[in-house]
Design a protein around this ligand. Structure first.
Ligand code: SF4
Ligand code: SF4
Length: 113
């Protein structure tokens, strides 16, 4: 097989119709710029925590926007809240506020379980 230097991942599909989007709606109100994300990955590419761990902030906020919350609170512990992602985001998403708000919403979720 020819090595092109990249791999094509298998297609992934999931049913979102039963997911709980209440926290996503709360997030859109708390951090309106979250709606502007185009999932470019700039935040992950420049993330300070990413240099030392496998933390992927784009993966985290994409999962959150789909109502997939499992393990996100644990992942978010890797973030140092340095704010670099907020500075480089081409869409002006306030990621630092987004992360703080996500932590609060996810903690309130685990308290009610
Ligand atoms: S850099 Fe901004 S637009 Fe790009 S994925 Fe991150 S939050 Fe979304
Ligand atoms: S605030 Fe968190 S997610 Fe953003 S660059 Fe810093 S460590 Fe990475």
């Amino acid at each position: 097989m020819v090595d092109f230097g990249f791999n094509i991942k298998k297609a992934r599909s999931f049913n979102m119709s039963n997911n709980d989007f209440s926290k996503v709606k709360m997030m859109f109100e708390a951090v309106p710029s979250y709606r502007l994300c185009i999932s470019c990955g700039g935040c992950t590419a420049t993330c300070s925590a990413r240099q030392f761990t496998n933390f992927d902030i784009r993966k985290v906020h994409n999962s959150f926007s789909r109502g997939l919350y499992v393990n996100l609170d644990k992942e978010l512990q890797k973030c140092m809240l340095c704010g670099k992602c907020t500075l480089i985001c081409p869409r002006g998403v306030n990621l630092r506020s987004l992360i703080i708000e996500m932590r609060q919403l996810l903690n309130s979720q685990s308290e009610t379980l």
